[in-house]
Design a binder for this molecule. Structure first.
Ligand code: GDP
Ligand code: MG
Length: 452
C-alpha cells in the first residue's frame, strides 16, 4: 500500500527542520503511483503533483509528523480542496418546478438515482415527480415506475395505466418521442404543483451522436435548472473521455458518482472534476434507496490515496501532539534526567493517540520513548499507570529512592505484586539509560552528561 511504500522510503528521516527537495521528490513519486493506481488520468496527475511539490517546498516540518506524513497531509488537503472546492446544493428554480435532468451512459445508474434523489428531496419537504424519457430500452419505463413506487413518488409515463399522465405521446412499444414526453411532464408538474421534476433519460453503451442529440434536445426543450451527469465510478480511465463527451454534447451542471460501494479507487472523481470543472454533488453507494448521500470530498480523498488509516493517524497525532512537552521530554531524555512522572505523561500522551500498535513510526520527536513503549501492550500500560500513580511525588522524581519497603507499599497501594513494581522500576532505568545513549548517538545537545 501507499503507506507501506512511504514508510519504507522515508523512515530514516527524523528531526529535520525543513522538507528537503529529495524528501519531496521521493514522496511525490509514491503519491504519483497511488494516483495512477486509483485511475486518475495522467495529465491530471502531472498537474496535481507539480502543485503539491510547489506547496511542499519550504514547508516547516511539524513536530507531530514525519516528512512523508507531512506531504501526505498536503496532498490530502489539496485533494479535498479540488474535490469539494465548489460543492453546492441543487439550484432551485425561482418559479417552480425545478427541473433536474439526468444524463449518462446506459447502466451508469440514472434510473436508480432518480428514485434516490426523489426520496432525498421528499425528506427535505419537496414534492418531486419523475418523468420517464428513456424510451429506448424495453422495460425502462416500467423500471422507473418500480423505482418511483419504492420512493413513494409519482411517475409521468403516458403509456402505462398505473402512472400519472396519459396524454398519449407514446406507443407501448416505446417508440414515442422523449422530447415531447419531457415537455409534457414538466407542464404536468407545473399544473399539478409538483415542485421538482426529475427527468430520466436514455443512455447508450458508448458515446453516440444520436444519444447526445436526443439529450441535447430534451435539455433545450425543458431548460433544466440542473443537468446531472451520472458516472459509474467503476469505469476508471474511461471516465475522462465520457465526461468530456457529455460536457460537449449536453453540458452538465453537476456530477453524480455511482457504484462507490464497488472497489473503484475513485480517481475518476478527481479527473472529472479537474477536466470539466463541474462539481461532484452526490454519491451513490448501492442499489437501495437510502444508499445515497451528498458527496463528501474528505472520504473520496482518503479513498483515492488508499490510506484512510494514515490520514486518521495524522489527524490524531496533530490533535494530541504537544510540541513543547515533547521537546522538554527530549531534552530530559538526552540529559538522562527523565522522571517516572515524565514517563507517565509521555505514555498518556501517546495513549491518547490510539492503540500503541498503530503508532509505530508516528512519533518523530519521541522516537526513543516510543521504541521503549512499543514493547508493552495496552493492558501492561494500565498496570504501569497504576503503579506510577501509587508512588509519591518524591519517588516519581527520583526513582533511585524506591527501596524494598517502598516497593511493598507501592505494590499494596496499586493492587499489584512487588515483582510488578520491581519490573517497572528496572525497565524504567533500562529505558532511561538506553534513551539517553540513543539521543547521544543522534547528536542531541548535552547528551550523556549524566547517567542513570
Ligand atoms: P441507467 O441505465 O443509467 O438508468 O442505470 P440503472 O439505474 O438502471 O442502473 C444499472 C444497474 O446498476 C442496476 O442494476 C442498478 O441496480 C445498479 N446500480 C445503480 N447505482 C448503483 C450503486 O450505487 N451501487 C451498485 N452496487 N449498483 C448500482
Ligand atoms: Mg435507466
Amino acid at each position: 500500500s501507499l503507506s507501506d511504500r512511504l514508510t519504507g522510503a522515508l523512515k530514516d528521516l527524523r528531526g529535520k527542520g525543513r522538507l528537503t527537495d529529495a524528501d519531496i521528490d521521493a514522496t511525490a513519486r509514491e503519491i504519483r503511483l497511488a494516483l495512477l493506481e486509483a485511475d486518475v488520468s495522467l495529465p491530471v496527475v502531472r498537474t496535481f503533483i507539480s502543485r503539491i511539490k510547489q506547496r511542499a517546498k519550504g514547508q516547516e516540518v511539524s513536530g507531530a509528523l514525519n516528512p512523508a506524513q507531512q506531504i501526505v497531509k498536503i496532498v490530502n488537503e489539496e485533494l479535498i480542496a479540488i474535490l469539494g472546492g465548489e460543492t453546492r446544493r441543487i439550484q432551485l428554480a425561482k418559479t417552480p418546478p425545478t427541473v433536474i435532468m439526468l444524463a449518462g451512459l446506459q447502466g451508469a445508474g440514472k434510473t436508480t438515482l432518480a428514485g434516490k434523489l426523489a426520496a432525498w428531496l421528499t425528506k427535505q419537504g419537496h414534492t418531486p415527480i419523475l418523468v420517464a424519457c428513456d424510451l429506448q430500452r424495453p422495460g425502462a419505463v416500467q423500471q422507473l415506475q418500480i423505482v418511483g413506487d419504492r420512493a413513494g413518488v409519482p411517475v409521468f409515463a403516458p403509456n402505462a395505466g398505473t402512472s400519472v399522465g396519459g396524454e398519449g405521446d407514446l406507443g407501448t412499444d416505446g417508440s414515442g418521442d422523449p422530447v415531447a414526453v419531457a415537455t409534457d411532464g414538466v407542464a404536468y408538474a407545473r399544473d399539478k404543483q409538483y415542485d421538482v421534476v426529475i427527468i430520466d433519460t436514455a443512455g447508450r453503451l458508448g458515446i453516440d451522436e444520436v444519444l447526445m442529440g436526443q439529450a441535447a434536445a430534451i435539455r433545450d426543450a425543458t431548460e433544466p435548472d440542473e443537468v446531472l451527469f451520472v458516472l459509474d465510478a467503476m469505469i476508471g480511465q474511461d471516465a475522462v473521455s465520457t465526461a468530456q463527451a457529455f460536457a460537449e454534447g449536453v453540458d452538465f451542471t453537476g456530477v453524480v458518482l455511482t457504484k462507490l460501494d464497488g472497489d473503484a479507487r475513485g480517481g475518476a472523481a478527481l479527473s472529472v472534476r479537474e477536466i470539466t470543472g463541474r462539481p461532484i454533488m452526490f454519491a451513490s453507494t448501492g442499489e437501495k434507496l437510502e444508499e445515497f448521500d451528498v458527496f463528501h470530498p474528505d472520504r473520496m480523498s482518503s479513498r483515492i490515496l488508499g490510506m484512510g488509516d494514515v490520514l486518521s493517524l495524522i489527524e490524531q497525532a496533530e490533535q494530541h501532539w504537544d510540541a513543547a512537552e515533547a521537546e522538554a521530554a527530549a531534552e530530559k531524555i538526552s540529559q538522562g534526567e527523565l522522571t517516572l512522572d515524565d514517563f507517565l505523561q509521555q505514555m498518556l500522551m501517546i495513549r491518547k493517540m490510539g492503540p500503541i500498535g498503530n503508532l509505530l513510526g508516528m512519533l518523530p520527536g519521541a522516537g526513543d520513548m516510543k521504541d521503549a513503549l512499543s514493547q508493552v501492550d495496552d493492558s501492561q500500560l494500565d498496570k504501569i499507570q497504576a503503579i506510577i500513580r501509587g508512588m509519591t511525588p518524591a519517588e516519581r522524581d527520583d526513582p533511585k529512592i524506591i527501596n524494598a519497603s517502598r516497593r511493598i507499599r507501592i505494590a499494596n497501594g496499586s493492587g499489584v505484586t512487588v515483582t510488578d513494581v520491581n519490573q517497572l522500576v528496572d525497565r524504567f532505568f533500562a529505558a532511561r539509560k538506553m534513551m539517553s545513549q540513543m539521543s547521544g548517538r543522534m547528536g542531541m545537545p548535552g547528551a550523556g552528561k549524566r547517567n542513570a
